[in-house]
Design a protein around this ligand. Structure first.
Ligand SMILES: Nc1ncnc2c1ncn2[C@@H]1O[C@H](COP(=O)(O)OP(=O)(O)OP(=O)(O)O)[C@@H](O)[C@H]1O
Length: 667
């Protein structure tokens, strides 16, 4: 085909793409990306359609496009209905042959000028065809780098079970640190996790909320100090998490856990303070207006141990950057819940890393090391040959915090058992006031407003509490102490939504709640900024030092009468910024489940919309439930939506899992 005939043959497809874009069914970026690829020359309508799909999927967190989806029916994956997909397909088929199966798609794409089929000579084409996956070059590179780096860490320099001195020392300290013994299946998984993390340069500890990940990692730190010189240890430890809130929570929990250590262990710990936990952006040295970091392969971090919490929130690009910046001599410990929602941006790194965590899959070498270092024989059903990452991964299986209905509900949802989930929720609602879990069927959003105002009978929260504290003012007390009291009260209760738009979404509910609180005399709104306004930052701002996802409260500035500041809680400290300096913020009485990751509230309300589909899946419900520390309320105008969501699993297309297992890594 000549360039002109290429352009002509793409006209019907681009018209179909534009029509869907106008209706808000496709991202504007997707059509623009396909046009950009066509502008480089030689793009067939089939390739342009693949580009549109690839771009759409990237927006939904997938790192690649599986040719099997392209050859089958990708409509559900794209959130399109059958007719919309048929229109796109017909626009291609009208002018060019429609590839019949995966092999035909592979052949067609491999012949495109803008596609690099891995293994051929690389001309730096923007698209990459790797086996039966089509990638944007950036994600292919990130996946490859992550797989290389993680495998190298999992394989390199492992302690052997017969390395008598070192393994013996690990055993000695572990027996002291974990005297109580069994937790689940006759195994102390926390002790096992510490032993496995001591074995090499990678330790992955996954588990649901309250399974003691932080408790275990605090003991791991003590063990690392004890075996590296005790009080004279010069071990450089860094603590980090994807968000400021999660970082502050990690530091607080580690401090509490360290304080509870046995005196014999404390005696060998260095007296110096662990540094504050930082966000990954700050640890790596993010720079304004660029995706590059100050720390990278050529200027690595100066740490010996890096502990990263809430690892499920780390997206592919960030994980690649983190691994590049970490010296190979440093130990990386990842903590997180593999069943939570994956990162907002592309990738499902922790989920891919933890693919075998449930089953174990430990090989003979690992079993023998665990026996030598912990004195425990893992049950036979955890034995297997699951690859190097699985050997360095331990799943904590018993919640130390949730025994009651919230824990049971989370388990039922995670296991896809909708009937039990409904039973637990309904039993709570029918029971006494103050039930730990409850289900409310509102007819209209205004039914939610009472809950937003005052919580439910016997369960704490409602925004009334913190707003009353705001109204009382600081009196004769110290300003900062008052701010901390108000922030604490605000943190007890939160309304989480599954979706952003519509009357049951974040935007509709924020408006409605604001009006209700105003009508109740709890808010005095005048203009955009008002005393008591909770806000969420929607974009990193290096000038003011606030980051996407940070939540703050607007309160009077003690130094300037009439001025307002937004206060952000960070563990024991509070940061504040003049309200007028914050440009990218939303009101945050209601927030999405996605944005709530890394936070917990005493009472969490999860609001589901009237219609299912889209983002509504098991992981979202599970993440919402596990944000509740003591009380959970589900609110949905249509119970069917809950059932459908529990039945639906989120699968993100990625080649990472396969790569991690492969002994022949692409390069
Ligand atoms: N082995 C244990 N013995 C006694 N208490 C424990 C043990 N493990 C954990 N806990 C307690 O259980 C609670 C939850 O533990 P921890 O905060 O470490 O869990 P987590 O998995 O890090 O939770 P989250 O998901 O909230 O981050 C804490 O109060 C902790 O002190």
């Amino acid at each position: 085909m000549t360039p002109d005939s290429f352009a002509q043959s793409s006209v019907p497809l681009l018209a179909a793409v534009d029509a869907l874009t106008e209706n808000g069914r496709l991202r504007r970026l997707s059509g623009a990306f396909a046009r950009f690829i066509a502008s480089l020359g030689g793009a067939s309508p089939q390739l342009m359609l693949a580009c549109v799909l690839l771009s759409e999927l990237e927006g939904r967190g997938h790192s690649c496009l599986l040719l099997a989806e392209l050859a089958g029916d990708p409509a559900p994956l794209l959130g399109l209905d059958g007719e919309e997909w048929t229109a796109l397909r017909a626009a291609v088929a009208a002018v060019a042959p429609w590839p019949r199966n995966v092999a035909a798609w592979r052949k067609l794409l491999a012949e495109c000028e803008q596609v690099w089929p891995v293994g051929d000579l690389d001309f730096q084409q923007p698209l990459i065809l790797d086996g039966e996956r089509l990638y944007l070059r950036r994600y292919w590179r990130d996946e490859t780098q992550v797989a290389h780096a993680v495998r190298a860490r999992a394989l390199g320099g492992l302690l052997a079970s017969d390395a008598d001195d070192q393994t013996g020392a690990v055993r000695h300290w572990l027996d002291l640190l974990f005297p109580a013994g069994q937790q689940a299946d006759g195994v102390d998984w926390q002790k096992t996790a510490c032993a496995v993390a001591m074995r090499g340069k990678l330790g992955i500890i996954t588990g649901g909320p309250g399974t003691g990940k932080t408790y275990a990692v605090a003991r791991l730190l003590a063990l690392l100090f004890a075996t590296s010189g005790g009080q004279q240890s010069g071990l450089r430890v860094a603590l980090a998490a994807p968000t400021g809130k999660a970082a502050a929570r990690l530091k607080q929990s580690i401090d509490v856990a360290l304080a509870g250590l046995d005196q014999r262990v404390l005696a060998v710990m260095p007296q110096r303070e662990l540094g504050a936990a930082r966000t990954l952006h700050s640890l790596l040295g993010a720079r304004p207006d660029t995706r590059a970091f100050r720390h990278h392969a050529g200027n690595q971090l100066e740490v010996d141990v890096l502990i990263v919490d809430e690892a499920s929130m780390i997206h592919l690009e960030m994980m690649a950057a983190l691994l590049a910046a970490l010296p190979s001599s440093a130990r990386l410990i990842l903590l997180g819940d593999k069943d939570q929602l994956a990162s907002v941006e592309a990738g499902a790194v922790l989920g891919d890393l933890c693919h075998h965590a449930e089953a174990g899959g430990y090989d003979a070498e690992t079993l023998s090391y665990v026996q030598a270092s912990t004195g425990q024989q893992l049950p036979q059903h955890y034995a297997g040959r699951a690859g190097p990452i699985a050997q360095q991964t331990v799943m904590l299986r018993k919640s130390m915090r949730f025994g009651g209905p919230i824990g049971q509900l989370a388990l039922a949802v995670n296991g896809g058992d909708a009937a039990s989930a409904v039973r637990i929720l309904r039993a709570g609602s029918g029971g006494e006031d103050g039930a730990k879990v409850a289900w409310t069927d509102p007819a209209a959003p205004r039914d939610l407003l009472q809950l937003a105002l005052a919580g439910r009978e016997g369960a704490p929260g409602g925004y009334r509490d913190y707003l009353r504290l705001v109204a009382q003012g600081q009196g004769d007390g110290e300003h900062l102490a008052w701010v901390q009291t108000v922030l604490k009260a605000f943190e007890t209760f939160r309304i989480l939504c599954a979706v952003r738009d519509g009357e049951w979404g974040v935007s509709g509910l924020n408006d409605a709640i604001e009006k209700q609180l105003q009508a109740a005399g709890l808010l005095r709104r005048s203009g955009e900024w008002y005393v008591g306004r909770p806000v969420m930052v929607t974009r990193n701002d290096y000038g003011t030092g606030v980051f996407n996802g940070d939540i703050g409260l607007t309160l009077p500035d003690p130094a300037r009468p009439g001025a307002l500041r937004v206060y952000f809680s960070e563990g024991d400290t509070v940061r504040s910024v003049l309200a007028t300096r914050l440009r990218n913020v939303d009101t945050a009485f209601a927030m999405t489940v996605h944005k709530s990751q890394g936070s917990e509230f005493r009472h969490t309300v999860l609001v589901l919309p009237k219609e299912g589909g889209g983002v509504l899946a098991r992981e979202l419900i599970y993440t919402g439930i596990t944000r509740a520390r003591e009380f959970f309320t589900l609110l949905t105008p249509n119970g069917q939506v809950l059932l459908e969501a529990i039945a639906q699993r989120t699968q993100r297309a990625s080649g990472l899992r396969e790569l991690l297992e492969s002994s022949q890594l692409r390069s």
